[in-house]
Design a protein around this ligand. Structure first.
Ligand code: GCB
Length: 595
């Protein structure tokens, strides 16, 4: 007889195995450096407003076989959508769509007898279920991080049918939650690949310069399987560095290289080295850069030199196309405009943006701040939301940990102090630091207020003590009228730590001229005055080590209701939705050029 407690154990193990099967795996490192077959292109699609597709098993993609058979769906001869892309920008009827859309496509592939195949999604917004040949094989939640699922045993050489059920309904427990200041684009918004690997492959590696030492590269490589005594070679040919090691019982090797020849990466000289890793069956290479980043007192140091962060933010959106950015050329468009402004850093707002942006930014010499969407209105009381946030954090860090440009992990934007908020964010910091101790952790706060008695700006959120660098979003002259003239505005905020103004700005409709002193003129002139005033105030923030105006481009936002001035756009861009530079752009450019 099985004891009840044992039965419970067996059952829970059984169910955990079943659920395990459909939860997508975390990605292997550097998917873009592997052997891939692209599944991008036109996919068939079915709009499922009432969520009836799953019940009707449309993922089986059945065709009638006899005269008495019929099915009330067909993927063929209907809607066709581009992948990658959001759906909202592809058809006028889908502009505001929030709900489910099914994507379907066929594919053939080559099955290698000794290989494995993975299906990779760069991002699907927001939640999805993946079905291959009629079987549900994975689920994923979170619109901005990649995931993969192994399909070696379910894939065929010919006529595979892949269906993806995508849903972008906003929910209270989601991240972001119910309302956020950007468009809720839905769809398969990033690349889809089939990734081929050998049986035992190089799954993960983390290669970065030591946090403090300038000549020591730390290396950690992990095989897909716990295979001991297997040899792994790491080479950096340009530095004439090479080592061959044997894996431990976990299938891992840890080592370090020392070289006095290392040219460190910086915005002025974004040097990258080819790093090669070879295992018995697999090999992979990637361009990796080396730099030291740290904080001492109120300064931020890059390669031992204090640095001022000349940053800007943008959304992952091409305004002229009114849709998500997804390609290499999109990345070049966004980043070139930041380069022209004279920036040395990008704050990727407010979620991990696609890898083309991250990798191109690194090559162009931008430091990066990357964050998950812990944006106002998150359900901090909810443990499952916290768990989800932790998972997003892991997916983000795991994807970009080898990018030396990555300087800040952002854990929150404009959150209000409470015990549950603190625990939530602490969980994210711990998660992040358990994976990577080489970067700085920051968060953007908005609780700075003017203290009348002392005539000084102060901050009331003690959580700042738990961060490496403190950031503040402050809209002086827009959301907050000036309590004092900008030249007298003194700040006593987070002293002892570096401070970044992570957002400031004002809305202006490109081409609007108007009274430079009147907020409601929505004019380029008012926006320019506001920039002038804020730049004046910045002179009186003693620990200011960076600024990041909000925002580079006008961007779409459903709650920007003013019919003339906004028309569904947040107009705080320094560049208009049509790509024209506003007057404030030139002031900011001058400020950055002189810094
Ligand atoms: C903020 C948010 C940003 C908004 C911006 C605004 O503080 O962080 O996401 O878009 O203000 O324009 O109100």
């Amino acid at each position: 007889m099985i004891k009840l407690s044992n039965l419970y154990l067996i059952l829970s193990l059984f169910f955990s195995l079943i659920t395990f099967k459909v939860v997508a795996q975390q990605n292997m490192t550097n998917v873009y450096g592997r052997r891939v077959q692209s599944l991008n292109g036109k996919w068939d699609a079915i709009v499922d407003l009432y969520d009836q597709g799953r019940k009707n098993k449309i993922y089986l993609n059945k065709k009638p076989e006899s005269k008495t058979d019929f099915y009330e769906y067909s993927f063929e001869n209907g809607l066709r959508l581009n992948v990658p892309s959001d759906w909202n920008s592809q058809l006028p009827e889908l502009k505001y769509y929030e709900g489910t859309i099914w994507y379907g496509r066929k594919f053939d592939t080559v099955k290698e007898s000794n290989g494995r195949l993975f299906l990779y999604f760069g991002a699907v917004s927001y939640r999805c279920r993946i079905y291959l040949n009629g079987e549900e094989i994975a689920q994923h939640q979170g619109g901005f991080t990649p995931f993969q699922v192994e399909i070696t045993d379910v894939v065929k050489e010919k006529d595979n049918f892949l269906a993806v059920e995508v849903n972008n309904t906003r929910q209270v427990d989601a991240i972001p939650a119910m309302a956020f200041d950007w468009w809720n684009y839905g769809g398969i918004t990033r690349d889809v690949f089939l990734v081929s690997t050998p049986k035992v492959f190089i799954d993960d590696y983390f290669i970065q310069l030591d946090k403090t030492e300038a000549d020591k590269i730390n290396v950690h490589v992990k095989l897909s399987d716990k295979l001991a005594n297997s040899s792994i070679t790491i080479e950096i040919p340009e530095l004439q560095l090479t080592q061959t090691l044997k894996t431990d019982a976990q299938g891992e090797v840890k080592t370090s290289f020392t070289s006095r020849e290392i040219k460190r990466w910086s915005p002025a000289a974004p040097k990258l080295y080819t790093v090669k890793i070879l295992s018995q069956e697999d090999q992979i290479e990637e361009e990796i850069g080396f730099r030291n980043i740290g904080v001492k007192g109120e300064d931020i140091f890059l390669n031992g030199q204090p640095i001022f962060l000349k940053s800007i933010s943008f959304h992952e959106e091409i305004p002229q196309r009114r849709g998500r950015a997804f390609s290499q050329s999109d990345a070049v468009m966004l980043l070139s405009e930041a380069k022209a402004l004279g920036c040395n850093m990008i704050r990727l707002a407010h979620y991990p943006q696609n890898e083309y942006i991250v990798r191109t930014a690194e090559k162009m010499g931008f430091l990066l701040w990357e964050e998950i969407s812990i944006w106002q209105g998150i359900d901090f009381e909810n443990d499952s939301t916290k768990e989800k946030a932790g998972k997003m954090m892991r997916e983000m860090v795991s994807r970009d940990k080898n990018r030396c440009a990555l300087t800040f992990w952002g854990v929150a934007n404009e959150t209000q102090p409470s015990e549950s908020r603190n625990n939530f964010i602490r969980h994210l910091i711990t998660t992040c630091k358990s994976m990577d101790t080489t970067r700085l952790v920051t968060a953007a706060f908005d609780l700075v207020r003017f203290q009348k008695e002392k005539q000084v700006f102060v901050m009331d959120d003690s959580f700042v003590n738990e961060l490496d660098v403190v950031a503040v979003n402050k809209y002086m002259g827009w959301y907050h009228p000036w309590p004092i003239t900008p030249d007298k505005a003194r700040w006593e905020v987070a002293r002892g730590k570096p401070l970044i103004i992570s957002e400031f700005g004002a809305e202006a409709l490109y081409g609007n001229t108007g009274d430079a002193d009147v907020v409601s003129s929505w004019s380029e002139d008012y926006q320019a005055t506001l920039y002038k005033n804020n730049l004046e105030m910045f002179k009186h923030i003693p620990n200011l080590r960076g600024t990041s105006p909000w925002v580079l481009f006008d961007f779409r936002s459903p709650f920007r209701f003013h019919p003339i001035n906004q028309d569904g756009w947040n107009r705080k861009g320094l560049v208009s939705d049509q790509g024209y530079r506003k007057k404030a752009w030139f002031l900011m450019k001058e400020y950055y050029d002189n810094k």
